[in-house]
Design a protein around this ligand. Sequence first.
Ligand SMILES: Nc1ncnc2c1ncn2[C@@H]1O[C@H](COP(=O)(O)OP(=O)(O)OP(=O)(O)O)[C@@H](O)[C@H]1O
Ligand SMILES: [Mg+2]
Length: 289
Amino acid sequence: MDQAANLRKLVVETRAVRRTKTIAITSGKGGVGKTSLAVGLAIALATDGSRVTLLDADLGLANVNVILGIIPKFNLYHVIKGKKKLKDIVIEVPEGIKIIAGASGFHQLANLDQKQRAEFIEAVADLGEDDYMIIDTGAGISQNVLSFVSAADEAIVVTTPEPTAITDAYGIIKSIAAQTPDKPVRLIVNRVMTVSEGKRVAQRVINIAGQFLNIKVENLGFVFDDMYVPKSIRNQKPFIVSYPKSKASICVQIIADRISNKEVEEKRGSGLANFFKQFFKSEEEEETE
Ligand SMILES: Nc1ncnc2c1ncn2[C@@H]1O[C@H](COP(=O)(O)OP(=O)(O)OP(=O)(O)O)[C@@H](O)[C@H]1O
Ligand SMILES: [Mg+2]
């Protein structure tokens, strides 16, 4: 059996065992709260009984491990270099989720040869015991970010009410629609001052996307601007844990409930191993462009 057939077999087997819903959290503009929300949502989902892995694919400043106050010894770079097995770099944190630290390793994922890719996917499939994998991506329209979005089952685009953030949110939705027109895209408006602001901004993005891109963006909800969010980053303890009754935590909890209530799509191609298969595919497409 050739490698491609092996890979397909692997993916089918993985799917038969369990489906992990992969959700990429992204934005056009940087600093809109992706990492804060990714950590908050992952913990909220886990608190409700789901098994969650948070994959840090963000090379930004306040990354997942900073927010959680952990210093990972190893990251994907070590896996790619063959120094560690994937399962050895997964960190279980007291908040009840698992973390995969990304660092610079992700740029190198594209450079794996086919055998290494197959091994990597196999290792990911081995981990595939989870209900969700949340992927915190970087901001902006880079192929790296789009690869994660393409591979994920769905994308959550984060914006704030700032006009620049809204314009950039439209930009990233446009890129997602161009690359993967069928990708479910949902929106979170972060840092709103009032409920009506949250609704107004969401409606604006949804209307523009519908009108000019002909894609249906779903409103997942809003999160209040809340001083407990930066405070928690400074304390390196997630706000959803330190301040569960804060306005931001309550909003994140509502959004997590919306995510988990929605039935996991039983469409073909769901699952962790498939996520990376798609990821590599989009990298390959880029290489051959
Ligand atoms: N709801 C909120 N209320 C108040 N401040 C917030 C809120 N959400 C995020 N912030 C603040 O915004 C800043 C950026 O947040 P975060 O690092 O999560 O954004 P990001 O989108 O991941 O950034 P990057 O694009 O650099 O990865 C942080 O200082 C954080 O405290
Ligand atoms: Mg970030």
